[in-house]
Design a protein around this ligand. Structure first.
Ligand SMILES: NC(=O)c1ccc[n+]([C@@H]2O[C@H](COP(=O)([O-])OP(=O)(O)OC[C@H]3O[C@@H](n4cnc5c(N)ncnc54)[C@H](O)[C@@H]3O)[C@@H](O)[C@H]2O)c1
Ligand SMILES: Nc1ncnc2c1ncn2[C@@H]1O[C@H](COP(=O)(O)OP(=O)(O)OP(=O)(O)O)[C@@H](O)[C@H]1O
Length: 354
């Protein structure tokens, strides 16, 4: 695939990211490829929903993010809207989602332009709600204090309108997670949690969240949820500080929806999508979270080493009694794999590891 138009999402507060954006712009000029800077977070401006943002940018077919995981999530939201490829350049703190170091950005663009890339697809979430979402007056001001303006409420998909009891379909995609959390710090949320349409249990908690396998290493991980390979197809439900004995995550199949209903006596609940506040629910309101029909298409320049990255970036520590200096991979596969292993994804050669 040759690239027609690149959309650049840059962490404007980081000089290294701004300099790397310049490198991308010059590469585009040299290759006569359109290039547009997408300032998803222009200070003082009204933010746009993903459709408006992508249209204004002239429908790029490649989104390059220059920043950390937050910047990647902002770019992924736009790429998902246009079925564009997304390349994450690592200029952040943790860099769990990003793919290439800043020094390799030109080389990465050359490779993509020649069509020599692997495209990894990632499951994303979308949702329906009992009513369109909105932010109460005054919240916008609070949000600006933290991280700049809020996104507008998610647009309703009119093409998905049916009978009222199915609620409204919202034009949102989450690569990590959709979170329902208490709005007031002193009032838990009380929720009925339904899996595949059946009540699992009623929860009183600080928050509950629905995560993708990609998001299993983000908030869900912090709340004690399982780590799931991003290549797996699953939907994870994780409660955060539930005041009850059943506090486990439940891993559902990708065609099973997770519905969250705010109970009558509950405090109000904030809905966040990949860390962005998108609405507030009151008693009686509900959201249904399910796998989006489209997958995110992420550029991979080499074999992914998810577990190596997990060990390194999360700084996993070994049991003191089990520390061993031998880190030779199991099955280094310097010779072809035996027949009984031929169908497996085997560890990448050390030279190929990102
Ligand atoms: N207690 C928590 O850990 C907590 C609380 C709120 C939100 N979050 C997460 O933050 C995400 C938004 O990220 P942000 O960078 O915009 O906000 P942020 O700056 O608050 O980032 C939270 C941290 O999570 C990391 N992160 C993000 N996605 C990840 C992933 N898939 N795997 C591993 N680490 C990941 C980021 O690098 C950062 O260190 C949300 O989707 C949510 O999962 C985490
Ligand atoms: N384009 C931008 N311009 C100015 N400030 C920004 C921009 N993007 C993010 N910031 C600010 O930088 C801080 C970190 O943002 P964010 O966590 O989203 O970055 P990130 O890309 O995930 O990098 P990191 O890995 O360091 O967290 C936030 O306070 C945010 O407001």
């Amino acid at each position: 695939m040759s690239v027609q138009r690149v959309g650049v999402v840059v962490h404007g507060g980081r000089p290294g990211a701004v300099a790397a954006a310049d490198v991308v712009r010059r590469w585009c000029e040299r290759h006569e490829v359109g290039c547009v800077a997408i300032d998803v977070w222009g200070e003082g401006e009204q933010r746009r929903d993903a459709r408006e943002e992508v249209d204004a940018a002239g429908s790029p077919d490649l989104i390059v993010t220059l920043g950390g995981d937050g910047t990647f999530l902002r770019g992924a939201r736009l790429a998902a809207q246009n079925d564009a490829l997304v390349l994450g350049v690592d200029l952040g703190t943790l860099g769990f989602l990003t793919e290439v170091p800043a020094d390799d950005v030109e080389c990465a663009l050359d490779t993509i332009h020649r069509g020599h890339v692997d495209v990894e697809t990632r499951l994303m979430l979308t949702m329906r709600a009992s009513c369109p979402l909105e932010l109460p007056e005054g919240m916008e001001t609070l949000l600006r204090y933290g991280r700049g303006p809020a996104l507008p409420p998610p647009p309703v998909r009119p093409e998905c309108a049916v009978a009222r009891d199915w609620g409204v379909a919202l034009n949102v995609t989450a690569l990590n997670d959709i979170v329902l959390e208490k709005l007031a710090r002193d009032r838990q949320v009380a929720l009925g949690v339904y899996l595949a349409g059946r009540l699992l249990a009623s929860y009183s908690a600080d928050a509950v969240l629905v995560a993708t396998p990609t998001g299993s290493t983000a908030y869900s991980f912090a709340a004690g949820g399982p780590v799931i390979s991003p290549r797996a197809e699953a939907i994870i439900f994780t409660p955060v500080a539930p005041h009850m004995t059943f506090n486990r995550s439940v891993v559902a199949a990708p065609d099973e929806a997770v519905a969250l209903r705010v109970l009558r006596h509950s405090g109000r609940a904030a809905v966040s999508v990949d860390g962005q506040l998108r609405g507030v629910l009151g008693p009686g309101d509900w959201i249904g979270v399910y796998a989006a029909p489209q997958r995110l298409r992420v550029v991979r320049l080499g074999p992914t080493d998810f577990y190596g990255r997990l060990r390194e970036r999360m700084r996993l520590t070994d049991a003191p009694a089990a520390v061993d200096t031998d880190v030779t991979p199991m099955w280094p596969h310097t010779t072809p794999a035996p027949d009984d292993l031929a169908h497996l994804r085997l560890p990448p050669l050390p030279a190929d590891v990102d």
